[in-house]
Design a protein around this ligand. Structure first.
Ligand SMILES: Cc1ncc(COP(=O)(O)O)c(C=O)c1O
Length: 331
């Protein structure tokens, strides 16, 4: 029977789970590490899921209408996912993006016909950053102020839009449950908006309350600062523990995770480089962080024989202009 898709919307999700067999053997791991390869989505990241879900929810509820411009604030992947969905569905798209993210991301959004605005060009965001640093939640509020007078726009807002965790509850979680036949003990995921961890974690815990859910955040010295002006950051992830309450995205369910790990950019980079060589998968920095944390968990004696699932958010191809695959780089 012929199987022809009619829109990229139909290609989102149903990504494969791969056991890192060679990596496990090399590290003599006593637990299995299964990685969910989100770069199999049509625009190579986990954010294709939420881009489609947020747009379709807004269409259904009448918030987004023909002729409108979709806007979003993002470090890149959500922008790329939304730019593609906007193109396929005939909407205009404008993304507000951090200045320092890799140039590939700007190029891809332009290729889909989207507009990009560097956040340093938005006075409200600049003012917010002077006050609160580059805190994402405060930046979102500043963007809302900046566009408050504009008509015919719809702000997707992945930090607060409930369609974000909901699509992980409806798709990412069930896919993991089905593909493992329910044999999963630990879920490891990064936290940016918290959508992946919350939606997937809540679904899996509903199936089996004993499943452990583990979040990852970057170490404090992973961030650029006057002392570390050249430091490369793990794109897309944000601290959620030991930070002020108001900096935590609404879409992170703080009850969902049992534990959390801190990973430095260098550790994330090394793990991403390693799995490229051992198992032939090219993944981004936050994926490296997930593999690094999964390895720490696999090395714990109490986790021998267990199955750890790590969600790998995007492709390494999106980082070729960074030092991710530069063996000599020590940030
Ligand atoms: C590369 C990358 N990894 C991880 C994440 C975190 O995912 P979530 O927003 O679902 O917490 C993001 C989010 O922007 C991302 O772009």
């Amino acid at each position: 029977m012929a199987k022809i898709y009619e829109s990229i919307a139909e290609l989102v999700g149903r990504t494969p789970l791969l056991e890192l067999k060679n990596y496990e053997e090399k590290h003599d791991l006593k637990a299995k590490i299964l990685v969910k390869l989100e770069y199999f989505n049509p625009n190579q990241s986990v954010k294709d899921r939420i881009a489609l879900a947020m747009v379709e929810d807004a269409e259904r509820t009448g918030k987004l209408k023909k002729g409108d411009t979709i806007i979003e604030l993002t470090s890149g992947n959500t922008g790329i996912g939304l730019a593609a969905i906007a193109a396929a569905k005939g909407y205009k798209f404008r993304v507000y993006i951090q200045d320092q993210v890799s140039k590939e991301r700007f190029q891809v959004i332009h290729a889909f016909g989207g507009d990009t605005v560097k956040i340093s060009e938005v006075p409200e965001i600049v003012e917010s950053m002077e006050k609160y640093g580059d805190d994402f939640v405060e930046c979102v509020k500043a963007l809302e102020r900046a566009v408050s007078g504009e008509k015919n726009i719809w702000f997707a807002d992945q930090t607060r839009n409930p369609a974000n965790p909901d699509v992980h509850f409806r798709t990412t979680g069930p896919e993991i449950w089905q593909d493992t036949d329910g044999n999963v003990d630990i879920l490891v995921a990064n936290v940016g908006t918290g959508g992946t961890l919350s939606g997937t974690g809540n679904y899996l815990k509903l199936q089996n309350p004993d499943i452990q859910v583990v979040g990852i955040q970057p170490t404090e010295d992973s961030f650029q600062s006057p002392e570390r002006p050249e430091q490369e950051e793990i794109t897309g992830v944000h601290p959620f523990e030991n930070v002020e309450e108001r900096f935590i995205p609404a879409n992170l369910d703080r009850k969902v995770y049992d534990d959390w790990y801190e990973v430095h950019t260098n550790q994330a980079y090394e793990s991403a480089r390693e799995v490229a060589k051992t198992d032939g998968i090219l993944v981004g920095a936050s994926s490296g962080a997930a593999i690094y944390a999964a390895t720490q968990l696999a090395n714990k004696p109490e986790n021998a024989g267990k199955t750890i699932v790590a969600v790998l958010p995007d492709t390494g191809l999106r980082y070729l202009s960074t030092h991710l695959f530069d063996e000599d780089y020590q940030g």
